[in-house]
Design a protein around this ligand. Structure first.
Ligand SMILES: [Zn+2]
Length: 280
């Protein structure tokens, strides 16, 4: 009896290790076919790419897929057109924003529809968090949304396994996580035009790429080195005038604030306050 229970426990452990629980953070500017931030087809095309990623994850044996709508008001994905196997996080005011709901129970993170960071040359609609950000540096490294979100995943020891979006977003992520599988679905021409794959080609490539990445499940994480020193540089001194009143923060320049914390989720939450919840 004891041997049988032991064998059962082992087989359960094997199943648990093999089971893939996938977390998707989905943005919109890096979705194929979109060439304006208010593109009338944006929601539909974003939903199609997310559905392709969900399908790829289940193709490769995932047992749970959660998607977090992480663009603008976080209310873009067409709920009734989503793959019914997914769980959706929707709505804007979430403490951890683009990474809300991720914890150590997941086995893989992927980013869909990501875009270049603030200040990128040739980055379609490039920004970090919002138009208020000129640059975001964490322990001296300039990062975009993909970088700051990958560090959040690393805090929970969940590997980032795949990225899709514009070519700058994919390059940034592969710079941070060498060898990370990625699909670049378009390239910016200046800041308001793109050269893009067709939506059908993009979704096919994403489905294939995600399935391969989930099967490979390579342990891909950026290196985490607490404590975390965040330097947040605004596009104008006006925003820094306001947020320097937060006791954590040290003003280090006309447009720049700095703080240091040991826990990455706390660093992340403050970054989100600084770029999003400041209104002069
Ligand atoms: Zn974004």
């Amino acid at each position: 009896m004891r041997v049988t229970l032991f064998a059962l426990a082992l087989s359960f452990l094997g199943w648990a290790l093999a089971a893939q629980s996938v977390y998707i953070s989905a943005d919109m500017e890096g979705v194929a076919g979109i060439s304006a931030t208010d593109d009338p087809m944006g929601r539909r095309l974003m939903t199609a790419e997310v559905n392709a990623a969900i399908a790829g994850a289940f193709d490769a044996g995932a047992t749970r897929v959660v998607v977090n709508d992480a663009h603008g008001g976080h209310n873009n994905l067409l709920q009734d057109a989503l793959d019914p196997r997914v769980t959706l996080l929707r709505g804007n005011l979430k403490p951890y924003g683009m990474m809300q709901g991720l914890d150590g129970t997941f086995t893989a993170v992927m980013f869909i529809g990501y875009h270049g960071k603030a200040g990128s040359l040739g980055g379609f609609a490039a920004h970090t968090g919002s138009g208020r950000t000129a640059d975001l540096r964490i322990n001296g490294v300039s990062v975009g949304e993909g970088g700051m979100n990958a560090l959040y995943a690393a805090w929970y020891r969940v590997p980032v396994v795949f990225v899709s979006g514009d070519s700058l977003a994919v390059a940034e992520m592969q710079g941070l996580i060498p060898g990370l599988p990625g699909v670049a679905v378009k390239t910016g021409i200046w800041n308001r035009a793109v050269r893009t794959l067709s939506p059908d080609s993009a979704t096919a490539a994403i489905r294939r790429g995600v399935a391969d990445a989930v099967r490979a499940a390579a342990p891909t994480q950026p290196t985490l080195r607490p404590p975390f020193t965040v330097e947040f540089e605004y596009s104008t001194p006006l925003y820094a005038d306001i947020t320097e009143g937060i006791p954590w923060l040290e003003r280090t320049g006309p447009r720049t604030l700095r703080y240091t914390v040991d826990e990455y989720p706390a660093a992340y939450r403050m970054i989100r306050v600084l770029y999003k919840h400041i209104t002069p």
